[in-house]
Design a protein around this ligand. Structure first.
Ligand code: C5P
Length: 310
């Protein structure tokens, strides 16, 4: 079992001019997700609340004198994190870099080194966050001066969760495919203890599994937003919801098992983030999160961590 470790700040401090610098690439957690139907383009219309957490990868950007684009991992000794990190054309960092070059008709090169801490196929948007950080980082490294609007357009062409990170806000209501981002002003700090079962989830498969015939009462998002604005974990616990939970459990029975065990061991309501497979409980403060995490230490899971959102 791997527990969340902060990536060491091993890279050189930022100096000007900037041939190299590093940026944090945070994980998100969904505290509300409702699906409002399938669209003509095959995507699903969503209403979701995403929170930016204190779990992050670190991306280092380095300019090169040639036009080569290279992505590499800082540490290949963590198989649980590196085995799921593609180095081919499906890599979202490479796709983001190429999309930027195409949009600006430039041939800049870069080496991007990733210190991976966010588990994959976890519903924490590690890949999408890396793509957004690449757009922000290369805009700076290459001196492109692209506006936020242009970065948002590029982000939306690459995936549905990337715009949330391009917005660089703490918390947002995301609609459409997920790419329409409206920041929410939250109060206080929210604490979570999250665990990922032995296997991850494929997002397209979870959406395919979803059966709309079963949905008779769509959940309302308003009380989740109010709980965040008030800074109330108690209210957030009552209001939180994820429409994808059942579909994810049907595909990956380890999720139901993990949620059941987390409930048994903590007596807390258990939720799933995004399309899974990470499940989480909420805590009132950091000390309680530490206590709850300690109780879950012997869960048989791939990853366990205490997260917070400020
Ligand atoms: O856009 P993204 O690459 O994150 O989505 C991965 C897959 O998840 C999509 O190809 C689609 O099958 C599914 N999806 C969806 N509706 C959304 C977001 C994602 O059906 N709003």
């Amino acid at each position: 079992m791997n527990t969340h470790r902060r990536p060491p700040d091993t890279f050189a401090p930022v100096s000007k001019p900037e041939p190299a610098f590093q940026l944090r690439s945070p994980a998100k957690i969904n505290v509300f997700l409702e699906v409002h139907g399938k669209r003509d383009d095959g995507f699903h219309e969503l209403e979701t609340v995403m929170l930016r957490t204190n779990l992050y990868d670190v991306l280092r950007f380095e300019a090169t004198t040639c036009d080569a684009l290279r992505v590499r991992l800082a540490d290949y000794s963590l198989p649980a994190l590196t085995a799921t990190f593609p180095l081919d054309d499906s890599n979202l960092i490479l796709r983001a870099a190429r999309a930027l070059r195409e949009r600006t008709q430039t041939r800049h090169g870069a080496v991007i080194t990733v210190n991976k801490q966010i588990p994959a196929e976890a519903g924490l948007a590690g890949g999408s966050s890396n793509a957004a950080t690449t757009l922000l980082g290369l805009n700076r490294l290459w001196g492109l001066n692209l506006t936020k609007q242009t970065l948002h357009e590029t982000a939306a062409s690459l995936g549905s969760d990337i715009n949330f990170f391009v917005e660089e806000c703490q918390s947002a209501l995301c609609t459409g495919r997920g790419e329409q981002v409206a920041p929410i002003q939250t109060s206080g700090c929210f604490h979570f203890v999250a665990a990922q079962p032995g296997s991850g989830n494929s997002t397209p498969e979870v959406f395919r599994q979803l059966e709309f015939a079963d949905v008779t009462d769509r959940r309302r998002i308003q009380s989740t937003i109010q709980a965040l604005q008030r800074g109330s974990t108690a209210h957030l616990q009552v209001a939180s919801f994820n429409r994808l939970t059942q579909a994810a459990q049907q595909l990956n029975p380890e999720i139901a098992e993990l949620m059941h065990k987390m409930k048994q061991m903590t007596d807390r309501a258990v939720f799933m983030s995004g399309s899974g497979s990470t499940c989480y409980i909420m805590a009132r403060n950091q000390r309680e999160a530490g206590r709850l995490k300690a109780r879950l230490q012997h869960l048989n899971c791939r990853w366990l961590g205490a997260l917070n959102v400020r």
